[in-house]
Design a protein around this ligand. Structure first.
Ligand SMILES: CC(C)(COP(=O)(O)OP(=O)(O)OC[C@H]1O[C@@H](n2cnc3c(N)ncnc32)[C@H](O)[C@@H]1OP(=O)(O)O)[C@@H](O)C(=O)NCCC(=O)NCCSC(=O)C[C@H](O)C(=O)O
Ligand SMILES: [Mg+2]
Length: 323
């Protein structure tokens, strides 16, 4: 009897779990986050023809030092026009220069005072909670409308990893009253390797700890985790393997530098048919067992309880992007 009552209570609370797991940041998928050099109108136009979840118009490392002003003003011209519509919704962002450079304030001002706000601002090389405070103060001054934009935080140095929890906590706290919402953490593996003096290998074991720490922290703060870039952009087979590795670790997407990488990445960050069928079957079975007041049960030879149910829900949610 008691177990039946408990079962009913748990069943009633499932929508609550769903809300927790699939909160705002997961509603906009960012499987492929594609960089487009901000000073190249041809590539920007091309990006609007692609089926890509997230476009990052770049002012930072994809742009030469002597082209920084061109990038900023070219991006501004695009933001003066309405956001190009595509058949599927997508995230349009601007990656500004790092906050220890002479460019970032003008980058931010230029894109936030245009006719149309970008959906997202991507901020590279955040190392301390103070950097988040600086960003927050600036953005609160610049956005006059009753609107918030998304913030994507780049973690790309040893110092940033040491401060990671405080960075996320500060972003979360300041966003409550501020004009931004933190949605994702990006693992800037190339800058990170340069920063710690790591030697690259094909299986990336030299950065495994940092790669895992980023996912762990992102998930603790309910943020998307966006994995390292694969710079040998002509090698799509190895890209696929690296995507699958990242997805197994819990990453929700990956940085992309070339159009040919987009379909490989977006496909890899979707569950396959076997996983979807497993998840749907498990959820059906979970509901039945909950009604019977059974918290743990056996499904296809494995013990299932609440954590496995949550994993199955993640899979079903992602699968909806397939249609
Ligand atoms: C790598 C590239 C310089 C190669 O460019 P290109 O030689 O033009 O390639 P293709 O001729 O093969 O291009 C085919 C067509 O696709 C268009 N194209 C290419 N790249 C892009 C792009 N990124 N966005 C939109 N369109 C693109 C070409 O114009 C061709 O079009 P068409 O002629 O109409 O057929 C180039 O891909 C490039 O610049 N990529 C971006 C590089 C970049 O942004 N790097 C910085 C980001 S990585 C990073 O920041 C890592 C992180 O921070 C860390 O620390 O780890
Ligand atoms: Mg970087």
């Amino acid at each position: 009897m008691i177990s039946q009552i408990l079962g009913k209570v748990l069943l009633k609370s499932i929508p609550e779990f769903q809300n927790k797991i699939f909160s705002r940041s997961y509603n906009v998928p960012r499987r492929a986050l594609m960089y487009v050099p901000g000073d190249d109108p041809k590539k920007i136009n091309k990006s609007f023809t692609l089926d890509v979840d997230c476009i990052a118009l770049d002012c930072e490392d994809g742009v030469a030092i002597n082209r920084k002003v061109d990038a900023r003003s070219t991006i501004r011209l695009f933001l003066e026009k309405p956001k190009p519509q595509k058949t599927t919704n997508y995230d349009l962002g601007v990656r500004i220069n790092a906050l220890d450079t002479e460019y970032w304030q003008e980058d931010l001002k230029s894109c936030l005072t245009a006719e149309n706000l970008p959906d997202t601002v991507l901020v590279p090389k955040i190392e301390t909670p103070e950097t988040i405070k600086m960003f927050s103060e600036e953005i609160n001054k610049l956005i006059k409308q009753d609107k918030k934009i998304n913030l994507i935080i780049y973690i790309e140095s040893a110092k940033a990893f040491i401060n990671l929890t405080e960075i996320c906590k500060t972003a979360q706290d300041l966003s409550k009253q501020g004009k931004f919402t933190p949605v994702s953490l990006v693992f800037g593996s190339d800058d990170f390797c340069a920063n710690i003096g790591a030697t690259r290998t094909e299986d990336s074991t030299e950065i495994l700890y940092a790669r895992q720490k980023l996912v762990l922290t992102a998930k603790a703060f309910n943020l998307q985790a966006i994995d390292m870039v694969y710079i040998k952009y002509k090698d799509l087979e190895s890209l696929k393997l690296q995507c699958e590795q990242g997805m197994r670790m819990g990453y929700t997407g990956k940085q992309v530098i070339h159009p040919s990488q987009v379909p490989v990445v977006q496909q890899a960050f979707l569950p396959n048919e076997n996983q979807i069928n497993w998840a749907k079957g498990l959820l059906d079975s979970f509901r039945t067992h909950q009604k019977e007041g059974k918290g743990a049960f056996t499904y296809k030879g494995s013990m299932i309880d609440m954590p496995t149910m949550k994993q199955a829900e993640n899979i079903v949610k992602l699968a909806k992007l397939k249609t």
